[in-house]
Each structure stands twice: as C-alpha cells, then as structure tokens.
Write a protein that binds this ligand. Structure first.
Ligand code: MN
Length: 715
C-alpha cells in the first residue's frame, strides 16, 4: 500500500463522512511541486511531507491539518507563494503553512535555559492556530527519524533544538508519545555514548523484563476480571532518555529506578480507576510515598492518571498507571486529542471543546502549586500580552505588548537606548515609536550625539526604558543646574570683586560639606536649582564678606515674608524632595491644578499653573522647566481672589458670604463697589484645592443676580 493510501485509509477510519478531495488535491500539488527533489537519504522528497501527514493522521487530525502537513514545505522549498496556496486550498491551509514556514525560519542557538523558555513561548505566541504547532512537531519528528543523513554539525544543532524547544512544547501540549520519541532521538544524537550505555543496560535485561511484564500483565488481567473491572492492561519499559535523566538526577543505578517497568490499566470510568488501585494494593505491597493522584489534581498539561509503585513478584518493583480510555488518549495525544474539527467552520474560537478545555485549564491553574507557565504560554497564544522579538543575532527579547523599538533598545543596553536614533524591523526602517510584533527582527541604529527625549516616555511600555529615560533627564537637568549654579556664583562674585578661581579647592570642599554636599558640583547644582542662595554660598567661601553679604538683612527677610516667599511644602519637584519650591504669584496655583516648575535664578523653583499666561506665552526658558507635583499635607489653604459681577441689590453681600462659608471656606477680605445698578465684589477666600474652588464658584453663580464669577490672576 502506498504511503498516501495509508493516510486515506486512516482518515477514512476516524472521519468516515469527510470528503477527502482536499487531500487528493494536496497530494497531486505536492508531487508536482517537489518533483525531482530528493532528500539527503536519497529518497524522493515527497516521502517527507507524506510521512508528516501520516504522523498527523495517527493523531487523528482533520483533513485541513493533514493537507497543510503535506504542503508544509512547498513555500520554503519550491517556487510557490502563500497566495497560490490560498487560491488552491483556501485560507486555513494557507495560514497553517504560512505559520509553519515562519517558525521554520527561526533557529534556536543559545544554550541559556531562559532563552530556551523564551523561545518556546515565542513559537507558541507566533501561531494563531495550534495546528501550526502540530504540523511543525510532526515535521520535526520525521526529520529526527531521518537525522543520520545530515552532516554532523547540523545533526547536533537540530537534535539540540529538538530537545530544548520541541520536546518541551510537545510535553506542554500533553503529547506524551511524540515527546518521548523526540527525546530519545535527540538523546541518541547528542550523547551517543550515554545513549548506547543506557540502551545496553536495558537490552541486557530486556528478555527478563519483558517476561516479568507479561507475567504481571496476566496476573493483573485476572485480578481485574475477578473484581469485574473492565480493563485493558499494557506493559512498558521506561524510555531511554527518561531513564538517563533519572540516573543522572538521582545518582542511582538502573536497578533502583522504581518505574523502569510499568504496567498500565486502562478502564472505563473514574470509579473503576480507584477500584483498580485498591485491587493492586491488595495484591502487592505499595512503596510508601509513591502514590500520586493526577486524576484529582491533573498535571498542568492535562495529564490524568493514578500512579503507584508496588513490590511485585520476586521482589521486583514496578509502577502501575491507572486511567480511563479518554485520559489515556489525552496522555498520548495531548492537545491533538482536544483539537478535533468537525468541519472547516468548526475551526473557530467558538469551538465548544476548546473552550471547555481552556476553562479547565483556568480552574486547574488556580490549584496548581507550580503551574509551570503552561497557562501563561497559552495565554500568550490566545490573548497575547507579550511580544517576542529578536536581535539580528537571534537572541530573543521579550517585551510587553505594544512595546516600541525604544523599549527594545533599552532592553539590549542602556547606552543603545540612550543613543538610539532609528530602527529597522525585518530590514525595513520604522519610526522609533512604532509597535513591535511577534517574531520581528529588530536592529537599532545609534548616534553618539543622540540623547533621550522626554516624549519618548509616551512611547515606551517597559519600566526599564521609562526609568532609564527619566534617569537621563534628571542627570541632564542636574548638569544644567551645575552650569547655572556656577554662573550665578560668578555673577555674585563679580559684584563683590571676588575672583572665584582664586578660591582654593579645599574651601569649596569645606563649604560643600557645610551644605551637606559631598562634591563641589553638588554645591553648584544646589545653587542652580535654587536650593542654596548664591550670595550666602559666596559668603561662606570668602568669610571676610560674611558681614556684608552673608546674612540677608532684616529688610530682605521682611520683604520675603511679605511677598510670601516661604517654601511651599505641598509641592515637590520630581526626584528632589528637598528643593525650595514657591507658588508663582502670577497664577497662584492651587492643589489639583496642573502645574509646571521653573528653575529660577537663585530663588528656587517657581511653580506655575500650566494655564498661566506667562507659561503659555513662553516667558520662561523651556530648558529650565522641571516636573513638579502636589504632595505633602492635603490641608493647606491658599488664598484665592475672586471677582463677582452682580446686580446691585440689598442683601447681595450677605448671600455671597453665606454661600462661601457654607462651602467651608474663610473669607480673608471682601470689598464691594457699586455703580450703574451693578456691583463688583472682590473677595479673597481660603481654598483647599481645585475641586473646592470649583464648588465655591458654582455656589456663587447660583445666587440670583450674580452674572459673572471669575478667578483673578495677575497678568
Ligand atoms: Mn519539513
């Protein structure tokens, strides 16, 4: 029987009602496209896609998946476009082949465990249809079965990739059988000596072990019959790679592997699983601590079974696995067992089974101590939260969804981030603020004179990039403050005929220490930020000036107080909790308003409302701008002047004062002028925050005869 007939026969057996024309067409197309091509084994190329489809048929997958399996190499290895496949075989087949082609182009190289994990997630994140992974796994399985025809280095690379990436993916998808075979094949090529040794050890006992298993199988079968438990009993010797892992991990000899030999009891329902366990424990003594109930608590990959180890005839320990037929199918086929499509239209997210399966996952996830990332992997697949991108050298960079090339640049290195000017994604130039997608290969271009810009903050998704950009901005501001501070000191020094250069370094150090600074630069920065007053610093540097310049005169102190120049504890500068901050008198901002700060010359930071005319008219140097925010005690009152235009009637003033005090504010001052049957009332009230102010203004507007209320600010 030809390979293709074999496939048709299998599909017909499990899907008797399906029209297999799609498979026929795919087969002819495949033969035509791969004509003349050979595999390294010397076989015609077509044997590979047919084997792949056959593996998929063993998993009882739908004809669309099998057709995609047959066609999986035509885009990569023959001059066939995705569009051509789409025209010929429809969207689904084309999409699956496209996905397989895409992940086939990615090669895993890094030996790091974390990179392997990222790589696995990325592969799963890149596919929007699990059948892409199933075809890829079938493809890989056949390639592994024929690996010996490849040159040694290529063999090593593929075996390594299989062991690190594909076998774990098969495991996560619950495909125990496929995983086992992938592992053993990889083991054989990666560690030929160890493989040979384990194999010899198993072979040496194979006859004895097989006879033992046959004997136990007979005994178990008889016991089950005696207790009226319907059962199929199978025996198996543990897989070579699993044995080797155990020997390595536990430093034991092969005789001490409790589950080297196992029998499997497959029964009809859960009740009988537990009944069978009871029978087994009545027959042979269980090994303490080896009973595992994966029926009550399934493994993350949905595996369900009861496990126990018992001491069998002749003192030989063996493992017993008990499960229902359905659990068995899931254990062997995993996600493929759940992934049944009734017809083309069933291949949607509405697929009831898929939902039931996902729901179970979510429920189980809650109970699992070590969810092993399985669910999050699937979440990445179905509801992407992360993007998996590459450096040109193939390192995987995991970023949050919607991350930009700026995030990517900072993920690689702070310096790359600080100097990035542009990005190429998959070879094409893109803006720095564009969004990255799964599988993008990103190349960052840098320029030494480029520096981070504040608006990058709007385009980054990682806290790393955000922090680095903010850090840079802070440093840049400090550098600026140092310059400003130096200039202010020089200006002050000129006034007193002092030459700063003549002052000794020790004096700078001493004064810096007096101000609690460790470096002279910190001192300059303090002056630049307005934390320290230039004249006072100068007086400390040149003690002879102290008398004239050191202390502010009584008059200045009074003026300062009158002008309200007391630091405002309710506002802070981002990252500089101890700077002197003043509310600008022009706009007199109150809590809750959007505010901006400006470094003033020698007087600290003045804080303006964002809407302040002076800010809007760019009266202030943009370079001196600094971020400020409201902090500190919430119950600071600010005087705010309001102007009201009202009709001139009796009792108006009384109503205005009543309205204000019922909104819990004090009136500091109130004046009224009348004329032309109109009155103008100017009132200064204590205001807590913007909300408070809005409330008072609204109350005032409600008073009959009040037709205009406005907050007064200086021009
Ligand atoms: Mn292939």
């Amino acid at each position: 029987m030809s390979q293709f007939d074999d496939i048709l026969r299998k599909v017909h057996a499990y899907r008797p009602d399906d029209d297999l024309a799609l498979l026929q067409n795919a087969y002819s197309f495949c033969i035509e496209r791969h004509k003349g091509q050979e595999r390294l084994s010397g076989e015609p190329y077509i044997s590979h896609p047919l084997h792949v489809a056959n593996i998929l048929a063993d998993l009882r997958l739908d004809p669309v998946c099998l057709a995609a399996g047959m066609l999986h190499d035509v885009v990569e290895d023959t001059p066939t476009s995705i569009e051509a496949l789409q025209a010929e075989f429809g969207d689904e087949v084309a999409r699956i082949v496209e996905g397989v082609t895409k992940i086939g182009r990615i090669h895993f190289q890094s030996p790091e465990e974390q990179q392997a994990e990222n790589f696995r997630k990325m592969l799963l994140a890149m596919v929007d249809d699990v059948r892409v992974v199933l075809v890829k796994l079938a493809d890989r399985l056949h390639n592994m079965r024929t690996l010996e025809y490849l040159p040694p280095e290529k063999r090593q690379r593929i075996a390594h990739e299989t062991l690190e990436i594909y076998a774990p993916i098969a495991h996560r998808l619950g495909m125990g059988k496929l995983r086992g075979e992938l592992e053993d094949l990889s083991f054989q090529h990666l560690e030929p000596d160890a493989y040979a040794e384990v194999k010899r050890a198993v072979e040496r006992r194979r006859k004895v072990n097989e006879e033992f298993l046959a004997e136990v199988q007979r005994l178990v079968q008889a016991k089950m019959k005696q207790h009226a438990i319907p059962a199929r009993v199978e025996g198996r010797i543990k897989r070579l790679y699993s044995i080797w892992q155990k020997l390595k991990r536990q430093h034991i000899a092969i005789e001490q592997v409790y589950d080297l030999l196992a029998i499997r009891i497959i029964t009809d329902d859960v009740k009988n699983c537990y009944a069978a366990l009871g029978v087994i424990h009545n027959t042979w003594r269980p090994v303490p601590g080896r009973i595992k109930d994966f029926i009550a608590i399934p493994r993350p990959n949905l595996y369900q079974s009861l496990h126990t180890s018992v001491i069998g005839p002749h003192g030989q320990p063996f493992e017993v696995q008990i499960r229902t037929a359905e659990m068995h199918r899931v254990a062997e086929e995993g996600i493929a067992a759940h992934w049944k499509y009734k017809d083309g239209s069933g291949a949607t997210i509405q697929d009831a089974e898929r939902f039931a399966w996902l729901r179970h996952l979510v429920e189980w996830q809650k109970e699992m101590r070590d969810p092993g990332d399985f669910l999050s992997t699937l979440k990445v697949d179905l509801y992407p939260q992360e993007v998996y991108t590459f450096t040109p050298k193939g390192k995987v960079i995991v970023l949050p969804r919607e991350a930009s090339p700026i995030d990517f640049a900072y993920a690689i290195h702070t310096e790359i981030g600080n100097h990035c000017v542009g990005a190429k994604v998959n070879g094409r130039i893109v803006p720095l603020k564009s969004r990255l997608r799964n599988g993008d290969i990103v190349e960052i271009t840098t320029q030494a004179n480029q520096t981070p810009s504040r608006d990058w903050l709007a385009h980054v998704k990682t806290s790393r990039a955000r922090n680095k950009i903010k850090h840079w901005i802070n440093i840049a501001q400090r550098r600026q403050a140092v310059e400003i501070g130096k200039r202010l000191l020089e200006k002050e020094a000129r006034k007193y005929g002092v030459v700063l250069k003549k002052i000794a370094d020790e004096d700078y150090q001493r004064v810096a220490r007096e101000y609690g600074c460790s470096l002279a630069d910190d001192l300059y920065a303090g002056v630049g930020f307005g934390k320290f007053v230039a004249r006072q610093v100068l007086a400390k540097l040149v003690p002879t000036l102290a008398h004239e310049a050191g202390q502010p005169s009584r008059l200045t102190r009074t003026v300062k107080r009158v002008l309200g120049m007391t630091p405002d504890v309710a506002i802070q500068v981002h990252g500089y909790g101890d700077l002197l901050v003043y509310r600008a008198r022009c706009c007199n901002p109150i809590r809750g308003e959007e505010i901006v700060g400006y470094i003033t010359r020698g007087k600290g930071i003045s804080v303006h409302s964002k809407n302040c005319k002076n800010v809007q008219n760019l009266l202030y140097d943009a370079e001196r701008r600094i971020a400020v925010e409201w902090t500190g005690p919430k119950y600071t009152f600010y005087p705010v002047r309001l102007n009201l235009l009202t009709t001139d009637r009796q009792g108006m003033l009384a109503e205005v004062t009543a309205a204000i005090s019922s909104d819990h504010s004090n009136i500091q001052n109130i004046e009224a002028r009348t004329g032309d049957e109109q009155a103008s009332i100017e009132v200064t009230v204590d205001i807590l925050d913007k909300e408070h102010l809005d409330k008072i203004m609204a109350s005032l507007r409600k008073i009959e005869g009040v037709y205009h209320v406005e907050r007064m600010v200086k021009a």
